[in-house]
Design a protein around this ligand. Sequence first.
Ligand code: F6P
Length: 542
Amino acid sequence: MTVNQSPAWNALTEHAKDIGQSPISKLFTSDPDRFKKLSYSAANCMLDFSKQRITQTTIEGLINLAEQQNLQQKIEALFKGDIVNPSENRPALHTALRQPEKESLIVNGTDISAEIHHSLVQMESLVDQIHNGQWRGYDGSPIKHVVNIGVGGSDLGPLMTCRALSQFAPTNIRHIDLHFVSSMDGSQLAQLLDRIDPPSTLFIVSSKSFSTIDTLANSNTAREWLINASGMSIELISQHHFIGITASPKKAAEWGIPEKNQLHFWDWTGGRYSMWSVIGMAIALKVGNSNFREFLAGANTMDSHFREAPLAENLPVLLAMIGIWNINFQDIHAHAILPYDGRLAHLPAYLEQLEMESNGKNVTLNGHSVDYATCPILWGEVGPNAQHAFYQLLHQGTESVMCDFIAPALRYQDQGEELQQQHQLALANCLAQSRLLALGDSMLDNAENSPIHKRYTGNQPSTTIMLDQLSPLSFGALIALYEHKVYVQSAIWEINPFDQWGVELGKQVATSLLNDFENTNNTNNDSSTDGLIRFVLQQRQT
Ligand code: F6P
């Protein structure tokens, strides 16, 4: 029996027919205590689900579905290190990366907690050497610029967190300019190399596999730039200017990173779950080692809540199950991430990878094609800017879209009245937009007399996630909240959230097409691909 033929699923299908008659506006008028009943707090996060198209009965039905899918056991399996990624025969132990040192975790006879903390200490020592000017470039200059070269999980998490937490950079450490280079087309690197100075620049090559062509192409260009500037050998340049962070030490060594410049993590750390490991070195460089530890502690608080809280009060479980409700029972397949705080500008891109690379799957763990929807299309933008870009579609388009509004309650506490007013303005807009999306113009007097092009239907569901304030602790918890949400949804859909076979074939096809650019007689591809290659080659000749 597939999940969508199960009793709990069928009960929710029936319930959806009932609730279809009740727009969100009606749910509010029929229960003045709706916010109180449908908002939940834990681990520095407050989640308001009252603007979702749900009732208490919906939550009960969703929890029944979670129980039917043995969610509690699956949560335990994740934390214990069971093989939750069967297509790669691995556990997924990102939660262990933020576990306190005193809690040991034995996996396959090894205490991985000890290994994790050993690697963290190694990372912290490198961070200290860079901060205090001990790490020197080829001419003895202290490091001023650090460039993280990586892509996907080896880029998005550190990039997002450095932006989110930049105000926490300690004032008593030497300032380092951090840069991120990911795109294989070289555009970020080309611009950056004009602005930075070879002897005071250190490159961190972040790659779990150390075989991602995007990262290797950028790293090769960076190394050539240094060799040309210094006239030194690959060996000397690598010693002074490259750190490799990887789960494939042999490949890093083959590329030329000396053993002493390598930091290691493990194949059981998924790329998109890796910023909690030494891949987070850029974060530690930005905010300092102790704030990085705080960030891990924040995630750990959410982990403990996820593992221990009853399903019906469990934030990641509720966030996930209400998502399931929207996707599988309300037929909503678009999800907008809308932070009302510019520091969270990279959160949508991070969640695009986390959610869509994890749950963008159409095959179950048992190898059957699914006949129900899985991960929706997810995108987003800083809310106030998105209001002037795509909110029109949210308000008056033809698509149902579920939205996450995310904001800290407090900001600019030490930075003066004007900025605090600006934050209040942002919050007022955040609440106004979610209100209007939920209720439509039913909240206005005489809306029915407006011309039709000025009407707002509403009934677009959203969740508001509020943090007390944005800090290493609350931000760690927020990201762990989304990670666990993704895991819960995968458990309901019976899919593997920890592999990404769908991106592999594209890499192989690209490698073979690269050769076709050198071979003018290529005729082996489809006519579009060959025609486009011929066009490029012709342009080169003119
Ligand atoms: O192509 C997808 C992917 O494998 C992601 O899952 C990963 O985060 C990214 O590439 C980078 O991989 P790596 O860290 O091995 O270079």
